[in-house]
Design a protein around this ligand. Structure first.
Ligand code: NAD
Length: 254
């Protein structure tokens, strides 16, 4: 008997990727489109959403995910939902601005919840669906100065598991991917912020702070995360649900 492991054929599927204008979301949108899916590229930054949608042959959906009304205007007919949009704020707990904490929960927890609530009826109707939540190593581990982000990613882990349990009878899976540091604008900004917080150079932030707990001493590329997301949307992943896939260079093994 021969076994083949083809690239998923996503022709006829529609995907909605949040934060699709940049970094990991952009790589996911392009990978899903290349596999045949029609991709809605959701981003607050309309110009980058347009650029990625054009490259993916999909549709730009400019929207601020902190605004529930804007989420209510996004397409509900998605077979694949990639909850990826995110932002970071680095500050000690004692100085953490409450409004930044709240914004991060809105974009990284409430928006994924509202989008699941919105798209699951369509997935249930078709008897097939894939939810992939771009969590982080910080959905499994904590770091100093990242109260809002760590809290949001841990919440996303719980939300993903509930979707897995509720979606299972309807052919819908829900999983998290958990990258360590990926070479994207978000990380480039963090290197700058961490250098200021620790009072050290940006080079030292990379080797001594960010990758200190990672046995693999390199940043991940966005395309490596997209490949895992694509695999979770493929034909061999129907029994894989409620999981968290660390792409963390061995960080959580320690
Ligand atoms: P990025 O900054 O390159 O892209 C994030 C995108 O989200 C941007 O296009 C931004 O405009 C969009 N966005 C932010 N707030 C939004 C809002 N309110 N409404 C709509 N769109 C909004 O970031 P990235 O590094 O590609 O991160 C993507 C996801 O991956 C995030 O959830 C992040 O937490 C996660 N992640 C990143 C890394 C990393 O090292 N880069 C590691 C682990 C997890």
């Amino acid at each position: 008997m021969t076994h083949t492991f083809p690239t998923p054929d996503l022709n006829g599927r529609t995907a909605l990727v949040t934060g699709g204008g940049s970094g990991i979301g952009r790589a996911c949108a392009l990978a899903l489109a290349e596999a045949g899916a029609f991709v809605h590229v959701v981003d607050r930054d309309a110009a980058s959403a347009e650029a990625v949608a054009e490259a993916a042959g999909g549709r730009a959906q400019p929207a601020d995910l902190a605004d529930p009304d804007a989420i209510g205007r996004l397409p509900a007919e998605a077979d694949i939902l990639v909850n990826n949009a995110g932002l970071q704020h680095v500050a000690p707990l004692t100085e953490f601005p409450p409004e930044r904490f709240e914004l991060i929960q809105k974009v990284m927890v409430t928006a994924p919840f509202l989008l699941m609530r919105r798209t699951l009826p369509h997935m249930y109707e078709r008897g097939w669906g894939r939810i992939v939540n771009v969590s982080s190593v910080h959905g499994l581990r904590a770091s100093a100065y990242k109260a809002a982000y760590v809290a949001a990613k841990h919440a996303l882990e719980g939300l993903s598991k509930v979707a897995a349990i509720e979606g299972a009878p309807h052919g819908v899976t829900s999983n998290c991917v958990n990258p360590g540091y990926v070479r994207t604008p978000l990380v480039e900004n963090q290197v700058r912020d961490q250098a200021a917080a620790h009072g050290i150079s940006e080079d030292d932030v990379l080797t001594d702070v960010m990758l200190a707990r990672s046995p693999v001493k390199r940043l991940l590329e966005a395309e490596e995360v997209a490949a895992a997301v694509l695999w979770l949307c493929g034909p061999h992943s129907g029994c894989l649900t409620g999981t968290s896939l660390p792409l963390d260079g061995g960080w959580t093994a320690g």
